[in-house]
Ligand binder design. Structure first.
Ligand code: ATP
Length: 345
């Protein structure tokens, strides 16, 4: 197996407080970020996301443990070694951090100038084309939309040819359409350049849309991590479940919600949510349930999305109450996930 692009090994970060106990921003974090993948770290405000991200380019150092980037120990690096790591790690920001007095081209050229590169113009032109800003080459940041500013940020981060791109809430200041476009651009860059992307976000929709892997952080600890489709289909931690509310799957139709109750006594149907991922998504399991077991299934709502490159389907169905348990077992045995949401008369 390929070595991870980034590994956090038992990383703790404490901030000493004058006259008080330390703030523990991160505690015993162990996490691998796979090469060439898009990995999302999701958490609420204050969970420790920024601290974790900033360790990858040495803006923060661990109080204990190690952060390895492409086999190099960032926490122990100094001087030229740290500069070498930083050339391999680009970063984009929520508020873009562009220089107002420089044009699009001049902002993108800046890291190349700092690195002492010559013959910068062709490289800048290529980067501008990659992010779709050729018509804006000589504009100033104040003349650009938020999405265009973030494209400049992305081109600037790519200028020195990094292997890893860090994204600090890059779409949090953008509207949903612009967010979609910027995420599409990041996904394309990940594919075309094989760049590893590590992003932090507080929105599960961002994880759903571009991350193949996800880690959920709370109170400075990773509470759940794995491939996105796996975490989405079987979220184990309550925090993950609360982040997932409304982000995937189907919403219960109003006419069902109004009649739903918790107890099965005397009910005619059980209302069951069925989730299927990967290859199971296209299996005609409901048809088989009817054909093989003679159970008639009443489809109430459904949606199929793509999560982490895998089909991810959710259905809400009505199943005759007295056959519900047997039907659930049948579906689970064939790799689908089921949950009884309630009962209707
Ligand atoms: N320099 C510092 N000194 C003291 N405490 C700090 C410092 N930086 C961060 N912290 C604390 O560490 C914890 C984690 O902060 P961090 O900024 O990493 O969280 P976050 O998840 O990125 O939050 P947000 O989304 O609000 O930026 C918080 O409790 C924060 O107050």
């Amino acid at each position: 197996m390929q070595a991870p692009a980034i590994s956090f090994l038992d990383v703790t970060r404490r901030y000493p407080q004058k006259g008080g106990s330390d703030v523990i921003a991160l505690q015993d974090i162990t996490l691998s970020v796979p090469q060439g993948a898009v990995t999302g770290i999701i958490g609420r405000s204050g969970a420790g996301k920024s601290t974790l991200l900033r360790m990858v380019n040495g803006l923060e150092r661990p109080s204990a443990g190690q952060v390895m980037v492409n086999g190099r120990d960032v926490g122990a690096a100094s001087g030229s070694e740290l500069r070498a790591i930083r050339r391999e790690v680009g970063m984009i920001f929520q508020h873009f951090n562009l220089l107002a007095s420089r044009t699009v081209a001049e902002n993108i050229a800046l890291p190349l100038e700092i690195a002492g590169e010559r013959n910068i113009a062709p490289r800048v032109a290529e980067l501008i084309e990659r992010v779709g800003l050729t018509a804006q080459t000589n504009r100033y940041p104040a003349e650009l939309s938020g999405g265009q500013k973030q494209r400049v940020g992305i081109a600037r981060a790519l200028a020195t040819g990094p292997k890893v791109l860090l994204s600090d809430e890059a779409t949090s200041a953008l509207d949903p359409d612009t967010t979609r476009q910027v995420l599409d651009l990041l996904a394309r860059i990940n594919r075309d350049l094989g760049l590893t992307i590590l992003l932090i976000t507080h929105e599960m929709a961002v994880v759903r849309d571009i991350c193949s892997h996800v880690a959920v952080i709370e109170g400075g600890q990773i509470v759940e991590a794995g491939e996105t489709y796996a975490v989405f289909s079987r979220p184990a931690h309550p925090t993950t479940r609360s982040f997932l509310k409304g982000v995937t799957g189907v919403t219960m139709p109003q006419f069902v919600a109004e009649r739903l109750r918790d107890t099965p006594e005397g009910a005619s149907e059980a209302v069951v949510q069925i989730t299927f991922t990967g290859t199971h998504a296209t299996d005609p399991m409901l048809a088989r349930l009817t054909a093989e077991r003679g159970v008639s299934v009443n489809i109430l709502a459904g949606a199929i999305e793509e999560i982490g490159d895998q089909p991810f389907g959710s259905l809400i169905v009505g199943i005759p109450a007295e056959r519900a348990e047997e039907s659930r077992r049948f579906l689970e045995e064939h790799g689908l996930l089921t949950e009884v949401l309630g009962y209707v008369d």
